[in-house]
Design a protein around this ligand. Structure first.
Ligand code: ATP
Length: 240
């Protein structure tokens, strides 16, 4: 299926407990095939928004529709099966398990035969994008570099067959060359039709890897537009 919205957020309000809302009546649409970049400074509410979309926090008000279905109060465990997958901040992998085990366990909710089928389907792409993971299949993940762990983290997300991938600061703490590799892999995934919402603090790389950009400040959108036409000074003004 191409065209049309994969994610539609309307009037979203998100808060922690009784505190003042962090996300304040936010509207946002992501179309199929879109790569949307969302930037904003520390504390703007970026991670909170991702938590609300991915079912980790339930909104105080508003709706989140995924492929037309209201997922505002969906259980966390249901969403990856629908194709909505979050790649959390800080390349989380299971450090004591091997690379292979990390990939197998990403499909834990499936029956064993289905796990094998899913791995057979996805591993060629994973190994093509990140050959190092093929070489290190039996290596304990916690002993790999931060960049390699991020590659594994992306691969774990991929095994879940995402239709929409939410990425929370995929470049955080990584060296520039590794960030380039990670962003190249995101371009490959996008070419395969996976929509994405990429959250970063800085716009430099994300603007080149996306077709649309949104700036978030204090829980509200302060600028949005095509990545190609939104110039650095507009982003800067909206950011601060
Ligand atoms: P960063 O780039 O630093 O991760 P961010 O844009 O992702 O920032 P959030 O982490 O969403 O911002 O934080 C937005 C606001 O929500 C901040 O004021 C923060 O203190 C508050 N906040 C975040 N997590 C919690 C929590 N678990 N409980 C209470 N308040 C929280």
């Amino acid at each position: 299926m191409t065209g049309g919205a994969i994610l539609e957020i309307t009037g979203l309000v998100v808060a922690y407990g009784r505190a003042e809302a962090v996300i304040k009546s936010l509207d946002l649409t992501i179309d199929r095939g879109d790569a949307l970049g969302l930037v904003g400074m520390n504390g703007a509410g970026k991670s909170t928004l991702l938590r609300a979309i991915s079912g980790r926090l339930h909104p105080r008000a508003g709706r989140v529709l995924f492929e037309g279905e209201d997922i505002s109060s969906a259980r966390l465990s249901e969403l990856p099966r629908k194709g909505l997958v979050l790649l959390p901040e800080g390349h989380r992998v299971l450090r004591n398990l091997t690379v292979r085990e990390n990939l197998e366990i990403a499909t834990m909710a499936l029956r064993p035969a289905e796990v094998r089928r899913r791995l057979n389907e996805t591993l060629p792409l994973v190994h093509e994008m990140f050959p190092v993971l093929a070489d290190r299949s039996n290596q304990v993940a916690g002993l790999m570099s931060g960049g390699e762990q991020q590659m594994l983290s992306i691969s774990r997300a991929l095994i879940q067959k995402p239709k929409l991938l939410l990425l929370d600061e995929p470049s955080l703490g990584l060296a520039p060359l590794i960030i380039d590799r990670i962003y190249e892999s995101l371009t490959v995934l996008r070419d395969r039709g996976i929509a994405m919402l990429i959250v970063e603090q800085n716009s430099d790389r994300v603007v080149r890897a996306t077709n649309r950009m949104v700036v978030l400040r204090d829980g509200s959108i302060t600028a949005e537009g095509d990545s190609a036409s939104l110039d650095a000074s507009t982003i800067h003004a909206a950011y601060f």
